[in-house]
Design a protein around this ligand. Structure first.
Ligand SMILES: N[C@@H](CCC(=O)N[C@@H](CS)C(=O)NCC(=O)O)C(=O)O
Length: 215
């Protein structure tokens, strides 16, 4: 039985976060792809801000990927994608907030930077963010490979879509994920090895084409 409907767009990193959580939890769902350039009227009635992702579960309509993911975690508790220890749960949320407040806006700023001066300026800020993730976020996980240790949590699925799109960042801004960030590389390899990620991953070229004229 289909329990959940998700309204999504294949290019959307926020929708990808929630699709990954649904797959990880093995929740039956139906997916409706929305053309964001040409949103149908019926979709605008479901999604108050006209954005994806949105899920519908019985009478509940929920949006904002971080909120959707917390909702899925509460309704479909098994397998858990949050740590059990309260302090660790708080830490997972700290990094979800960091992804949303710091990484994501800078990601789009860097994607939009198409001249050398702004690439250098925004690229330097992004390098600091990567270093912070490496030395403050992933370092606390011991041998990792995930943000909270040996098992993935909502935090990992919050960050991952932006790193799947990194080939486009590297292509347009020149900022590679080099071996300066060994923990980040190990984390990315662990994420790329997951069946959920492989089931819906797009290749780098897909994103290079998608972000060709981004501003
Ligand atoms: N903060 C939201 C962001 C969602 C978002 O920006 N979605 C984009 C696609 S990636 C969208 O629907 N854009 C269409 C629009 O804003 O008109 C979340 O985490 O779900």
């Amino acid at each position: 039985m289909t329990e959940i409907e998700i309204f999504s767009a294949s290019t959307c990193p926020f929708a990808q976060r929630s699709r990954l959580v649904l797959i990880e939890k093995d929740v039956p769902f139906s997916l409706t792809e929305i053309d964001l350039e040409n949103k149908p009227d019926w979709f605008l009635k479901i999604s108050p801000q006209g954005r994806v992702p949105v899920i519908r579960h019985a009478k509940a309509v929920i949006w904002e990927s971080a909120v959707i993911n917390e909702y899925l975690e509460e309704v479909f508790a098994d397998p858990p994608l949050m740590p059990q220890v309260l302090e660790d749960r708080a830490r997972a949320r700290i990094w979800v907030t960091y992804a949303n407040d710091t990484l994501v806006p800078l990601f789009y700023k860097l994607m939009a930077a198409r001249d050398e001066a702004s690439q250098e300026k925004v690229g330097a800020k992004m390098a600091l963010v990567l270093e912070f993730i490496e030395k403050e976020g992933l370092a606390q996980a011991g041998d990792g490979p995930y943000f909270l240790g040996r098992g993935p949590t909502l935090t990992d699925f919050t960050f991952y879509p932006f790193f799947e799109r990194w080939p486009a960042i590297a292509h347009y801004s020149g900022l590679e994920l080099s071996d300066t960030y060994p923990r980040l590389e190990k984390w990315l390899a662990a994420m790329q090895g997951r069946a959920s990620v492989q089931a819906i991953a797009n290749p780098g070229d897909f994103y290079i084409r998608h972000y060709e004229s981004y501003d």
